[in-house]
Design a protein around this ligand. Structure first.
Ligand SMILES: [Zn+2]
Length: 101
């Protein structure tokens, strides 16, 4: 599974067209709040269950997207955070997950 097209929509969503002709629309806010990098995961572990993340505009604005190997994309956010590697199956799950982040 590979993306054939990736684009930003309304600065709020990432739109991905896959090589199996399926499409995913993923909220950037959701992507940032579920950033899979070690720093963010550790931060999340240390927060209480009732913690509500407050994301700044710069944290959910995409500055750059790079393809990593054949399995993931790496996103550089406007605030400089770029350690999150989003694997394709993970992205697909984010898109189909009905729970809004
Ligand atoms: Zn992160």
């Amino acid at each position: 599974m590979q993306p054939v097209k990736i684009k930003l929509v309304d600065k709020k969503y990432l739109f991905i067209e896959w090589d199996d002709n399926s499409e995913s629309k993923i909220s950037l806010q959701k992507m940032r709040s579920l950033c899979p990098c070690a720093t963010c995961l550790t931060q999340k572990e240390n927060q209480s269950k009732n913690y509500i993340p407050l994301l700044l505009g710069s944290q959910i604005t995409v500055k750059n997207i790079e393809v990593v190997g054949t399995y993931a994309i790496q996103i550089t956010w406007q605030d400089g955070h770029n350690t999150g590697i989003y694997e394709y199956p993970f992205l697909k799950n984010l898109a189909t997950d009905s729970i809004q982040a």
